[in-house]
Design a protein around this ligand. Structure first.
Ligand code: MG
Ligand code: ZN
Length: 374
């Protein structure tokens, strides 16, 4: 295969790596651009403003969704937004950057603050990067001033020959396309006893059947991922640091009995009742699917084949939004909800696929369901 064929085969210039399942989610992300994303798009990238190159936003590349991408330049621009766990995110970002680099993409990133405070400096930096790429790849099909004459449809690139900026290893693609299935787990009322706001460590009590349940998930090869609303942070009842402390204690307790959680996610926000940055209508508070989308990117998860176990209807609704199955447990608020006496009400959007006594029965149902599918 020549370099061109190689790149064409992977659709470097068309739909390479496009994941249809992510399509509705991408649409959602596009509608909910952060302020800095919107700023960069409007003032630097849209309508071929940047040296005539066509950029697109929120495009799936490999298994990631790139904030902005120019396929011709194989250039990705990421803006780092709010992260709940900066250190882990940095490590994940580094992995992602390595993956993308191996696939021949160049990735540059800016912070929200850089974009919002110094857009012209950001534009200058991007232009410098583009010039470097142009110099190292002289045969890039130029888009500059060719809006009407240069048809960017796939066919026209057949005649163009490329220098070997990219060498693509097929094994990388396969490795990255193999997706994980996850069992998303609500925390309070599902893994540990529901105690209202869990604001003291001595209130943390693991539900007795959770050890075996989570161990079964671990053994199955599925990912065990905790997805939790922690609006107590927004309300000033406890800090994010405390949420992390609780999660670490829970993890340590589970590990004592051979069970483990692959990753914890939580939303510290609240739309009406919050202080400072925590007061916001965010995309992560369940039933919004933001935490699942983030997990899907970071842990390479096939959402449509995944499961959500929780004690509230909002957990079921979160599952439905990404095409996952929802299992309602009767622990926590579950039993009350079924008597129409819980914090949220039943609706067609949040109907559970199964109702289980507890997390263990839920996981046993999932394992059976997986067998039926295969
Ligand atoms: Mg709960
Ligand atoms: Zn949130």
């Amino acid at each position: 295969m020549t370099e061109v064929e190689n790149r064409m085969a992977y659709g470097a210039f068309d739909n390479w790596g496009y994941n249809k399942k992510l399509k509705p989610l991408v649409g959602n992300l596009r509608r909910n651009m952060t302020k800095s994303e919107a700023c960069l798009w409007k003032y630097a990238l849209k309508a071929k403003q940047l040296k005539g190159y066509q950029f697109r936003r929120q495009r799936p590349v490999l298994n990631y969704i790139a904030d902005f991408i120019c396929k011709e330049l194989m250039l990705i621009i990421e803006i780092d937004g709010i992260t709940h766990d900066a250190e882990t995110s940095l490590a994940k970002d580094k992995n992602r950057e390595e993956d993308l680099n191996r696939a021949g993409f160049k990735l540059i990133r800016f912070t929200d603050e850089e974009v919002l405070k110094n857009i012209s400096g950001v534009v200058t930096a991007i232009e410098a990067e583009v010039e470097t790429i142009e110099k190292s790849t002289p045969l890039i099909p130029r888009q500059r001033g060719t809006r009407n004459t240069h048809n960017s449809k796939k066919g026209n690139y057949d005649k163009v020959s490329f220098t070997g900026r990219t060498t693509f290893d097929e094994s990388i693609k396969n490795e990255m396309m193999e997706k994980n299935v996850a069992v998303f787990l609500d925390r309070d009322g599902t893994i540990n006893e529901e105690v209202g706001y869990l604001d003291r460590l001595d209130k943390l009590k693991t539900i007795t059947t959770a050890y075996e349940a989570i161990k079964l998930i671990n053994l199955s090869g599925m990912k065990a991922v905790v997805i939790s609303n922690q609006a107590g942070v927004a309300r000033g009842f406890f800090t994010e640091e405390f949420v992390n402390t609780v999660n670490n204690h829970l993890l340590a307790d589970l590990k004592k009995k051979g069970a483990s959680i692959d990753k914890f996610y939580y939303c510290p926000h609240h739309p009406e009742d919050g202080k400072g940055e925590y007061l916001q209508n965010c995309g992560c508070r369940k039933p919004a699917p933001g935490m699942l989308l983030q997990a899907a990117q970071e842990l390479n998860i096939d959402l449509a084949n995944s499961y959500f176990v929780g004690d509230r209807f909002i957990d079921m609704e979160t599952a439905k939004k990404v095409g996952a199955k929802g299992i309602l447990v009767k622990t926590g608020y579950g039993e009350d909800l079924l008597q129409d006496d819980g914090p949220d009400t039943a609706s067609p959007e949040n109907k559970p696929d199964f109702i289980a006594a507890d997390i263990l029965e839920a996981v046993q149902w999932i394992l059976k369901d997986r067998k039926n599918i295969k």
